[in-house]
Each structure stands twice: as C-alpha cells, then as structure tokens.
Design a protein around this ligand. Structure first.
Ligand code: SAJ
Length: 442
C-alpha cells in the first residue's frame, strides 16, 4: 500500500489526509501539536466542517496521527504560511521546518507535494534546496506544488469537485501528483511548472480582493450620489459580462486578506493590488464613520457587534474585519459587546443575544450569519434602537416595524432621510430606488 505522510493537520491538511485515506492510501498525519494528534487518535475531531465527521469515520482505518515524520513514499506539506502583518511579508517558518523534517527520510523516487500557499519562487529558492540536503538532486525525488483552492465552509465539497493545478519540477513529478489526486478529485487536473502554480494561486485570491475593493469603493461613491449600491450592483450584474461582488465591512480570512501581499513581496509593479488591499482594510474605518453619524449625540454609547467571524455561517475569526472595527470603536469611547452564535473563542468576550443587546444603543452587523435573520427584533431590549447593516442582510421592514432606525452601508440615504423612515420603504435585498435613482426600462 502506498504510504503518504501529510504534514499539518489543520483546515486543509486534515481533510486532504482523510480523503486520501478513504481512497485507499496508508496515511500518516503529522502535526507538531500533541493535543491535535491525541484528539485525532482518540477518534475526535479538532476542527469542524460539513461532512468531516462522516469522512473521518470512513477513513480512520487507513489513518493515524503522530508528531514525528516517518519514512513514506509521498510527503504532502499542508502547514500554515501566515503573513507578518507589520512588514507585510510571508512567514515561511512552518514550510521550512516541514522540509527540514522530510529531507532525512527522502529516498530516490519519493514525491514531495506542497499544498501550502507560498510566494512565487519559494519552492525553487527555499523548499527544494532544503530537500536536496538529503543528498538527492531535484529530479531524483519528485516535487510538485498543488495549491489548495477549497473555500472554508464548503471545504470537502470543493476539495473533491474543484479543478486543480499541479506544478511539477518535471513532467514525471506532475503526472505522479495527478495520479495521487485523481483518487478523489472529480474536477479537472491541469499540469504546469512549479512557479506558475504558485503564481496562479496568488492571482486567484488577489483577483477576488481587487473585485471586492471595487465593490467597496462603489458603495462609498454611491453614497455621494444618493444611489443605493445594492440595487445598482444588482442591475449592473444583469449585463452579460459584468459580475460585481458585494460590498461589506472589509475582507477577512487567512487567504484573500493575505495572499496579495505574498504576490507583491518581490515585485515593484503592484499599485492596483496594494491600493485594493488598502481600500478593503479601510472599510472598518468607514463603518465607524457611519456609527459616528448615527449616534453622534448619545452619551456613553454602547454598540453590539453582530458577527465576529470573517464571513457568514462559519466560526473562523482569522483576519476578521470585526477586530479592527471593535478596536476603532473602543478608541473612540464606545463600549462594545459581541454576539456571534458560531464563535466561542475570540479576542473579546462573546455574549448571548440578550446580554449582548442589553442597554445597547446600536447593533452593527459585521457578519451576515443566516441565524441573524431569525432574530425577532421586537423582543430585543435596548437603550436605543439603531441598526447599521454593513451587509444588507436583515429585513428592513421587520426591523423598522420593531422601531429600529436603520443605516445600510451604501444605501445612499443621508441621516435625515433615514430618520424620516425612507429606509423602511426598501424591500429586503432588492431595495427600491431612492429619490434620485430610477429603474426605468430604456
Ligand atoms: N467578501 C466580501 N464581498 C464578497 C465576497 C467576499 O466582502 O462579495 C469578504 C468575505 O466576507 C470575507 C472575505 O471577503 O471577509 C473573503 O471571503 P471569500 O468567501 O471571498 O474567500 P475565503 O477567504 O473564504 O476563501 C478564498 C477562496 N478564494 C477564491 O474564491 C478565489 C477559496 O477558493 C480559497 O481556497 C481560499 O481563499 C484559500 O484558502 O486561499
């Protein structure tokens, strides 16, 4: 039986290891965290994702976890590659130490796969030279970069169904990787060289970041013209070649908010990419400006943040825009209480709904969890009933009927109009145009 060692048993490494085990490989999962290893060997999971418990049950007979790297036929690296936010440069320490752990075991004909996202040329300049300390030259062992592309919240589904890119140091390497991934990937597999694969992964996420940035800029420009950006984007997207993304309070997660910096760290030609990062990073500042406008004259104001995970219906809070928003709010003297039914551990305390809204003046919705739609606003006991919805997520009529004054990011309504209740005329998700915008057919 072919033996695969998967290094890193996190959000990507563990599901990948289990998919391979289910496909019939003998899989040894390696993690430096003893608690993770112990938990898995006791039959429990340390992460949650739809379908993962069922997969774990099916795959366990071919899977074992340990803290040291064994001899294997194939080594797959799926360790984190965080960004050093101060200097905006990738930290490749985990990748480096994974390669250091592999090379003493490396034999002729072995295949090493890197799934972790890295800056262009990292394989060639950093990882392969470490592996060559084995005494083997690249080519005597096979090497491929196969960047992961699965979206959190749908990880397993996308791991199986997405197309994959395999960048090999030579064709034999890429073909070997293809045969490994073909065991469970139903999408197409495309072969290329290593550096192109590294580059492709980064431009995918950078492309998305830039597109979110333009949506965020449109939201702010729309306000200046009294236009509702949500309606405008919806209408623009009726064009066959336009697909504008959704504005929001900023971009979080460990990928889109991070990968553009990986792409640009060794290039000087990066104006648009950097600007987009800055636009997205400045959205919490824009949200606090909306709060200021709404609550201007309230004394000792308290805010309730709805949703602290970086996006809807998941528990992941990495790089969440909620964090920057809360810090800014506290710096301006607001008391902040958080409510997020998906999150139990966060930098700030997370309360239940009643406690989070008690004596609060304003709810600021940062994350569009589905569960928030089921809240009955009439039952919320607050000091003042203000709502800032940064995702156009909640039903305006329901919340207005419950006495809330609502500001939706990018709705084009100045405070006086909102106060007059103009916002309440807007139906959910597809608001009617305000006084300036019209929806005439031409
Ligand atoms: N967001 C918006 N507006 C949108 C879409 C997203 O403000 O229209 C925000 C989200 O709220 C979130 C952030 O952007 O804060 C990122 O969310 P996301 O759903 O766009 O992406 P991630 O970070 O969860 O996953 C991405 C995916 N990449 C692409 O779609 C190109 C995923 O396929 C990658 O595998 C993943 O990064 C990764 O691991 O690199």
């Amino acid at each position: 039986m072919t033996k695969i060692c998967v290094l890193g048993l996190g959000y990507i490494g563990l599901p990948t290891a289990l998919l391979l085990a289910k496909s019939g490989f003998e899989v040894i999962g390696v993690d430096v965290n003893e608690r993770v290893v112990k938990t898995l060997n006791q039959g429990q999971l340390h992460i949650s994702d739809p379908g993962l418990p069922e997969l774990f049950e099916e795959a366990r007979r071919n899977f074992v976890a340990q803290t040291v790297v064994p001899e294997a036929d194939i080594y797959l690296i799926a360790v984190p590659t965080p960004l050093n936010a101060h200097i905006r440069v990738s930290e490749l320490g985990y990748v480096r130490s994974a390669a250091e752990m592999i090379y003493p075991h490396l034999r002729k004909g072995n295949l090493v796969i890197l799934e972790s996202t890295v800056p262009p040329c990292a394989s060639e300049k950093l990882v392969i030279p470490i592996l060559e300390k084995s005494g083997l030259k690249a080519g005597e062992f096979k090497y491929v970069h196969c960047p992961e592309r699965a979206i959190p919240g749908k990880t397993l589904y996308e791991m199986v169904h997405n197309d994959r890119i395999m960048g090999g140091i030579d064709n034999e390497s890429a073909e070997s990787a293809r045969s490994v991934y073909s065991s469970y990937v139903q999408g197409r597999i495309y072969l290329t060289d290593v550096t192109t694969a590294e580059f492709v992964k980064l431009i995918e996420n950078t492309y998305r970041d830039i597109n979110i940035a333009i949506a965020n800029e449109f939201a702010q420009v729309a306000e200046d013209y009294g236009v509702n950006v949500w309606e405008a984007v919806d209408l623009a997207n009726k064009h066959p070649r336009v697909n504008i993304l959704q504005p929001g309070p900023g971009v979080g997660g460990h990928c889109i908010a991070v990968d553009p910096w990986f792409l640009t760290e060794c290039s000087a030609k990066t104006g648009l990419i950097q600007l987009s990062r800055e636009i997205n990073d400045s959205m919490p500042n824009y949200v606090i400006h909306l709060v200021r406008e709404m609550l201007g004259d309230i004394r000792e104001p308290t805010l309730t943040v709805f949703g602290v995970s970086y996006k809807n219906d998941i528990s992941d809070t990495r790089e969440t825009p909620a964090l920057k928003f809360i810090q800014l709010a506290e710096n301006e003297g607001y008391k902040v209480k958080c409510y997020d039914p998906h999150v139990s551990t966060f930098e700030y305390p997370v309360y239940d709904l009643d406690e989070a809204v008690r004596d609060s003046d304003c709810i600021v919705l940062i994350t569009g969890h589905d569960l928030f739609k089921r809240i009955d606003p009439a039952k919320l006991s607050m000091r003042h009933r203000y709502l800032i919805d940064t995702r156009n997520h909640l039903n305006k009529a329901t919340w207005t009927d419950a006495g809330f004054e609502i500001k939706t990011l990018g709705d084009g309504l100045v405070r006086s109009e909102a106060s007059r209740g103009v916002a309440s005329e807007q139906p959910e998700q597809s608001p009617l145009p305000n006084s300036k915008a019209t929806t005439k057919g031409v």
